[in-house]
Design a protein around this ligand. Structure first.
Ligand code: SAM
Length: 280
């Protein structure tokens, strides 16, 4: 177990600092204070982060920390933290770790009991979700689907029954192929394609997959795809469920245990199954 009280004492910490996803005014004052306070900024791309820091007149040493140099950068960052200095982690846009580097570093810090502190800020998935018009009560953030259609379809297949809203990141040159696969695997569901969020050309395209497919070859910029969850009521074959109970009983389970097991497996009511089993 690891308990961390972020505000009880000032010790060298790893700060996860979200940066704007397009609109520079979405840098929070806490994020700026943190960047001003830390000793080092670990960045996905030092050139991009230097531009951001310059825009706010912040001068800090930047070190590179990305997917391909983690073997070297993580020990380097841990050493800085162990010297008692604080480090901020930023990605090119939005939250570090969210379809961006950072998870291995966070894990390594937690293992060494170095405080890891996050703060609120910009994230493309949440902006898209809340304006999509689709349910934001329960949702699944998937990130990027595979770039190959065969693997992508397999991934979509796994999500097919999922009743909650699905959120994907996608590149503009792949969106048409991805929507074709979504249509084939998930069906003609309601979707929202949220483009260029927080930027001048921000656009929300809400409609069915086939409607959006008609225009998507012309669309440019960064995009998030939000897809309605599966709304089909699954029909449960109760006769089959009773047979399963009998099979489990024949294998040695008690009737009550068998009923509980089958009800859990197929998602039906235990009481209904109990009544059917006992009325036979
Ligand atoms: N870490 C980021 C976050 O918290 O949202 C996401 C980084 S991921 C490498 C980049 C993807 O996020 C883009 O391909 C796009 O799908 C989505 N994205 C980022 N900024 C966006 C924006 N302004 N509008 C729409 N989608 C955006």
């Amino acid at each position: 177990m690891n308990r961390q009280k972020s505000f009880e004492q000032e010790v060298a910490s790893l700060y996860l600092v979200p940066t704007p996803i397009g609109n520079l005014s979405e840098m929070t004052s806490r994020a700026l204070e943190t960047l001003n306070k830390v000793d080092v900024v670990a960045c996905e791309d030092t050139r991009n982060t230097k531009k951001l820091l310059n825009a706010y007149n912040i001068q800090k040493p930047c070190i590179s920390h990305h997917e391909h140099n983690q073997q070297v950068s993580i020990p380097q960052i841990l050493e800085i933290l162990e010297e008692g200095k604080s480090v901020a982690v930023v990605s090119d846009a939005g939250y570090p770790l969210v379809s961006d580097p950072g998870s291995q570093l966070v894990k390594a810090c937690i293992e060494k009991e170095i405080p890891v502190i996050s703060m609120s800020g910009a994230n493309a998935a949440i902006n898209a979700l809340v304006a999509s018009g689709l349910s934001a009560v329960h949702y699944l953030f998937y990130g990027f689907l595979d770039s190959k259609s065969s693997k992508r379809k397999k991934q979509l297949q796994e999500l097919c029954e999922f009743p909650y809203t699905l959120i994907f990141y996608e590149a503009p040159h792949r969106i048409e192929d991805t929507l074709q696969d979504v249509l084939e695997v998930l069906g003609n569901r309601n979707i929202c394609l949220a483009r260029e969020l927080t930027k001048l050309h921000e656009e929300y395209i809400r409609g069915s997959v086939s409607e959006v497919l008609e225009i998507c070859s012309t669309l440019k910029g960064e995009m998030v795809l939000v897809v309605e969850g599966n709304s089909e009521e699954k029909e449960i074959d109760m006769e089959q469920a009773v047979k399963h109970v009998e099979e489990y009983v024949n294998q040695g389970l008690r009737t009550k245990e068998a009923i509980n097991k089958v009800a859990k497996e197929i998602g039906c009511s235990k009481n209904e199954l109990y009544n059917l089993v006992h009325q036979k």
